[in-house]
Design a protein around this ligand. Structure first.
Ligand code: MLT
Length: 203
């Protein structure tokens, strides 16, 4: 499947590419400021979710809030993974330097890819993510450091979800930084500052 997307090339050669994945009901415009804050010198590839839920753009189906349709999530994770490969080939950005920044539903599809493919990214920023699905067959993530931004009072993502996601990624060899704030399910400036600091040292 294809995606509506925005691509903004960096002026810097061999720059990393930030892959932006919005939350439920968002668009490809939502995380542009976040990406610019995290790394103003990166290429930006920002996608619009192609699995609509009524008027809301999403990256995969769900049965209800926080109740993910795992088969559909896996289908879209594979499809998105292929799309990134195709875009790298067509546009010419370095596939080995892709770093997703996902929020909520977008973080969950990025988390899905981290549960399916060996070192799919140079690093990953997952903001208010859940465990996409449970598996005994985690891929190798020893070269994919991950930043997880979580809310101690997030009404959609329980603290145990953030902790279990951290454990799952660590079990695959990822170095995970789990950062807590208390702004519910919202993105906050302290969280983004922490993500920026993590990115500067980890990616
Ligand atoms: C999801 O469906 O991915 C999660 O419930 C988060 C969200 O509502 O987007």
């Amino acid at each position: 499947m294809s995606y509506e997307y925005i691509y903004k090339p960096s002026t810097v050669e061999h720059a990393p590419t930030l892959l932006l994945l919005h939350g439920t009901g968002g668009t490809e415009n939502d995380l542009l400021d976040v990406a610019n804050f995290i790394d103003p010198n990166a290429n930006i590839l920002s996608l619009r979710g192609n699995e609509p839920e009524g008027p809301y753009n999403r990256f995969f189906k769900r049965h209800g809030e926080g109740n993910l349709d795992v088969e559909n999530l896996k289908f879209h994770a594979q499809d998105l993974y292929n799309f990134i490969d195709e875009m790298a080939e067509a546009i010419g950005f370095d596939r080995d330097k892709v770093v997703p920044i996902g929020y909520s539903n977008g973080a969950n599809i990025a988390g899905g890819m981290l549960h399916m493919f060996d070192n799919p990214f140079k690093g990953a920023i997952l903001l208010h993510a859940m465990v996409p699905f449970e598996t005994d067959n985690m891929p190798n993530l020893s070269k994919t450091p991950v930043f997880i931004g979580a809310g101690s009072n997030d009404p959609i993502v329980a603290t145990s979800e953030s902790e279990n996601l951290t454990k799952a990624l660590e079990s695959a060899g990822a170095t995970v930084t789990l950062h807590w704030e208390n702004y519910g399910h919202s993105l906050s400036m302290p969280e983004l500052q922490a993500a920026k600091g993590w990115y500067a040292s980890a990616v």
